[in-house]
Design a protein around this ligand. Structure first.
Ligand SMILES: N[C@@H](CCC(=O)N[C@@H](CS)C(=O)NCC(=O)O)C(=O)O
Length: 293
């Protein structure tokens, strides 16, 4: 049974056509009515493949992206669009608990998306990768793009990528949590993470005083950081960080970035992400999240 055959080759068009958007919406509706999307019949290869084992997806050559439209998910679709690599999207509805399915945990033991499975990994052997930073480095090395090969340039990019992975993502994630999702308003936590977010904004703002991108040319460090800069939602006005604001606008003007940043976004907002708030909260932040698996 193939539930998402139409998701393949997402990178083939510059802008999602109305037909594509309709297709995505239909797929998501279908998805909402299935108990399990990352199903073994469609994805029998979940987890590292053994040599000689065949990937039986409809497009066996394409990279599968286990994905939901969130800042960490966008990093990967942005990179794939920038590199013009076609890919399959495999939706992981984190509001409904798909991240806890045993098949997904084989790829991503931390029950977080994004993750990828590339049937054509190093030495032609399949590979599964979780953690967005690791995926970005993998794709950069696979394509030879957006990560310099000279050691100085490479470490410059990697340090800003790690700054995003260890600082910008987690701290602004906590700011979102305490500002938007915590059942009680805890002033100390809200201040702590909003202030830390502001401090990180100003580190980036200063860094961009005399350059266009975080590390040399446009790179995976910019792609990882940009989707996390959300201004008011994080308690800050971008007007207070003019270099950061300009950089964000510069990146937003890139058609590939726009496309990667919009994969499933509107469809999920308008159609699919209507899991009852209480159930969603339990899955993401309550007892469901903390069960031992
Ligand atoms: N460090 C991880 C973080 C990934 C992450 O936090 N993903 C969130 C969505 S943005 C997720 O899958 N959440 C599911 C859950 O909390 O159960 C990465 O960068 O890949």
């Amino acid at each position: 049974m193939l539930i998402f055959p139409g998701f393949r080759n997402v990178a083939s068009a510059d802008k999602p056509s109305p037909a594509y958007r309709l297709l995505v919406t239909r797929r998501i509706l279908l998805y909402r009515h299935t108990t399990f999307a990352i199903h073994t019949t469609h994805r029998p290869h979940v987890g590292p493949l053994q040599p000689g084992q065949v990937n039986q997806t409809e497009d066996p050559g394409l990279i599968d992206v286990y994905y939901w439209p969130t800042p960490n998910g966008y990093k990967i679709t942005i990179m794939l669009e920038e590199c013009k690599i076609p890919y399959n999207i495999v939706p992981v509805n984190i509001s409904k608990g798909d991240q806890f399915k045993p098949e997904f945990l084989k790829i991503s033991p931390n029950n977080r998306m994004p993750a990828i499975v590339d049937p054509d990994g190093p030495n032609g052997k399949p590979i599964a990768i979780f953690e967005s930073g690791a995926i970005l480095i993998y794709l950069a090395e696979k394509t030879g793009k957006f990560l310099p090969s000279n050691p100085h340039g490479r470490y410059e990019v990697l340090q800003w990528l790690m700054f995003q992975m260890g600082g910008v993502g987690p701290m602004l994630g906590q700011a979102h949590h305490f500002r938007n999702y915590a059942p009680e308003k805890i002033e100390y936590a809200i201040d702590r993470y909003t202030n830390e977010g502001g401090r990180l904004y100003s580190v980036i703002d200063k860094r961009l005083e005399d350059r266009e991108y975080l590390a040399g040319d446009y790179s995976i460090a910019d792609m990882a950081t940009m989707p996390w800069i959300l201004g008011k939602r994080q308690g800050h006005s971008l007007d207070d960080f003019p270099n950061l604001k300009e950089w964000r606008e510069r990146l937003k003007a890139r058609p590939a970035l726009q496309k990667g940043w919009s994969v499933m976004r509107d469809e999920v907002r308008s159609v699919a992400d209507q899991t009852q708030d209480k159930e969603r909260w339990e899955i993401l932040f309550g007892s469901k999240q903390f069960q031992r698996r």
